[in-house]
Design a protein around this ligand. Sequence first.
Ligand SMILES: Cc1ncc(COP(=O)(O)O)c(C=O)c1O
Length: 396
Amino acid sequence: MFENLQALPEDPILGLMAAFRADTAATKIDLGVGVYKDEHGKTPVLRAVRAAEQAVLADQQTKTYVGPAGNEQFNALIAELVLGSKHPALTSGRVRAVQSPGGCGALRLGAELLTVGGARPTVHVSDPTWANHVPLLSGAGLQLERYPYFEHRTGTVKFDAMLERLSSLPAGDVVLLHGCCHNPTGADLSIAQWRKIADVLLQRRLVPYVDIAYQGLGEGIEADAEGARLIAATVPEALIAVSCSKNFGLYRERVGALMVLSESGTQTNAATSHLRKIARGVWSMPPDHGAAIVARILSDTKLSEDWRNEVDAMRNRMLSLRSALSAALAKTCSAEMASVIEKQRGMFSTIPVTPEAADTLRQQHHIYMTRDGRINIAGVSMESIDYIAKAIGSVA
Ligand SMILES: Cc1ncc(COP(=O)(O)O)c(C=O)c1O
């Protein structure tokens, strides 16, 4: 049965990680990896997570199944975290969340929901988008198209072209939007732009699918959810995929949720029943541990406060690195290169370098980044900034 299978080429990011591990140069710098790193180059377990984890373990009486929709306390709290507890879509009962294994599980769950009853709407994703959006969405049988999004040279959103494309789409098509901290570009929409997008979605009866995987790591926990909140307050139907991997540092615990918004509580309940059925047929029940930790943090005032402080610290560290790197690049590169880093938000920036320049940075300077020029800001350290700026200056 398997004799006809050919081994696949290595995933580019995993290949880059392996090449980094194999590099023996003392000056090597990993800007390719997709996780947060602190000033020691470590991806820490957050204080609030450790405290909540101990409390969860101390209180846990059973390891029995949690059910296909997961931990209902987590589901309610995560919806409040994203939308804010007083959001009309929540208070009117039009939104429900279903726990999933990470944001990836949520994205797939939502994609499968879009196909229920034989529907096959086209999903429009930004050009570029996070590479894993493609298999997660097309794996459910959905057709993907790209809308213009990013101007590589200036590092900004091509907003007019994006709006024009969305304004031409047929009713019922789905538009995938990054809630904040766009991956891979770091170029986000302003609130005024979100408002215009929300109006077009409403007018053209398009269905927004918001992916929010970095809440708190761009401008702030509340500010980063503004776009999703605005969308949910404007349109009748939407999906929101949430990941707790980055902002709770719970990567390997696989915690996320899919939120569904529809025109009435009855419709939302019906959609949720389909989500439970889909989950049952794929992973059956999501893992409990990480969601129990998040629920413990979000339901405890002291732990929540501590967690918010830790998220603020991660964000502020990345903002300081952005400013320092931008200042160093201003001395070695064009003003545009410097301003790109300063303007963009979140864990990633896409800088205007060619794939060949990215190869040179890796081969000659031991600086690892994906060939599209995506760098992980958290991979930079204050000590390495001048070295990175000089190296980029020599190839850009
Ligand atoms: C844009 C985006 N969406 C979703 C995810 C989902 O991550 P996870 O499944 O690890 O929660 C990621 C992770 O890198 C991401 O970058």
